[in-house]
Design a protein around this ligand. Structure first.
Ligand SMILES: *Cc1c(COP(=O)(O)O)cnc(C)c1O
Length: 367
């Protein structure tokens, strides 16, 4: 099918990143494939990660986990965002491990009397998911109708390794684990690290690391931890789109809604066939596209389906040519990091928000 915008996913990069991360951590790896595998494609990446040696898959939603099982994933899958009232019977029948972060959920799962596999999530200081105020009661709970496989928590500031909150969370994790063990529950799979902790905090690896962004080849925090290349990671996604139109305009021409930019000289504008409906941030400024070994910056505001770039007066681009919106950066093109910076955001948000109108192609990047 002919298309105007595509995200090319290089599965070989994901495979290489998994090997890199496994050798850094030295423990089992859970490949985080929530949110359509950070925009890279849930099923394709899930199956590729399994093949590449991931030991577990992790998702937020039950339906994501069921889709993976339905498509043939055999390794353990953990789903961690199941509020009370979720279909825990379906989770059990698809052999999906579920996170438990409140007593109501534990009671619902216990009531099934199927010995369902659970991971106890504890709040060690992020004040988001996990047991906090209900913890003393949980320590008195009846675990005889569940199989407590895992014990886990999540770091709030692993991308700032020097922050003492990391030590506090790690200490609290060990303390809560010891309390659980003292009431006779000893979960075999303890896990705390996300990508940033996997890369920078080896004392937090325990039995399993949960890597998301780094598996896709992106840095959890470019400023604090360095970029992909410095971390030995290969960005898996290249985003390309067609120039819907190229045309010559005169100096002093206002461009786009609100006339927020005005051409400084006679130039050629390129209209790129992707917009904020496809995940290009409306406010983005300072990023752009790459064509013929040159960067062409965004000019004016991003529209719903399109945005305009200044190709420069001498560009050879023509209507219908492909341009690279972001790639691994090794050729001079913009990166997902640059697009994050262009919109007061982060690479995570750039890749996860690429919309369903953009074709996902599982093939090497092209320049
Ligand atoms: C999203 C998520 C991760 C992965 O985080 P990255 O920074 O992408 O590695 C790990 N654990 C949990 C609980 C998550 O929600």
């Amino acid at each position: 099918m002919e298309h105007r915008a595509e995200a090319r996913i290089d599965v070989a990069s994901i495979t290489a990143n998994i090997s890199t991360l496994k050798s850094i951590s030295g423990v089992d790896l859970l490949a985080v494939v929530k949110a359509d595998a950070y925009g890279h494609g849930l099923i394709e990446v899930g199956l590729a990660a399994e093949k590449a040696g991931a030991d577990w898959l992790g998702v937020a939603l039950l339906e994501e986990a069921i889709a993976l099982r339905t498509h043939g994933v055999r390794i353990p899958i953990l789903a961690w965002l199941l509020p009370p009232g979720s279909d825990f019977r379906a989770a059990h029948s698809h052999d999906i491990d579920v996170a438990v972060s409140c007593l109501a959920t534990l009671e619902e799962i216990s009531a099934l009397k199927v010995n369902a596999r659970i991971h106890i999530e504890v709040d060690t200081g992020m004040n988001r998911g996990g047991f906090l105020n209900e913890w003393p009661e949980l320590l008195k709970a009846d675990f005889s109708f569940v199989d407590v496989v895992g014990f886990f928590s999540h770091f709030a500031r692993a991308d700032e390794p020097e922050q003492s909150q990391n030590d506090h969370q790690l200490n609290r994790f060990n303390e809560m684990l010891a309390q659980l063990v003292s009431v006779g529950v000893n979960p075999p799979v303890k896990h705390l690290s996300n990508s940033a902790a996997t890369l920078k905090n080896h004392t937090a690896a325990f039995d399993l690391v949960r890597t998301g962004i780094a598996m896709y080849g992106l840095s959890p925090d470019v400023k604090n931890l360095g970029d992909s290349a410095s971390l030995g990671l290969l960005p898996a996604m290249q985003l390309r789109a067609k120039l819907h139109l190229v045309k010559h305009v005169l100096a002093g021409s206002p461009v786009g809604y609100g006339a927020s930019a005005i051409t400084a000289f006679d130039t050629q504008l390129g209209v790129v066939a992707m917009g904020y409906a496809d995940g290009i941030p409306r406010v983005a400024q300072g990023a752009g596209v790459f064509f013929d070994n040159k960067r062409a910056p965004i000019i004016g505001r991003v529209s719903m389906d399109q945005f305009v770039v200044d190709l420069g007066p001498d560009s050879t681009a023509k209507s219908g040519d492909w341009v690279v919106i972001f790639g691994d950066g090794r050729h001079g093109e913009y990166t997902a990091d640059d697009w994050g910076a262009s919109s007061a955001s982060i690479n995570y948000e750039i890749v996860t928000r690429i919309g369903p109108r953009v074709s996902r192609i599982y093939a090497p990047h092209v320049y």
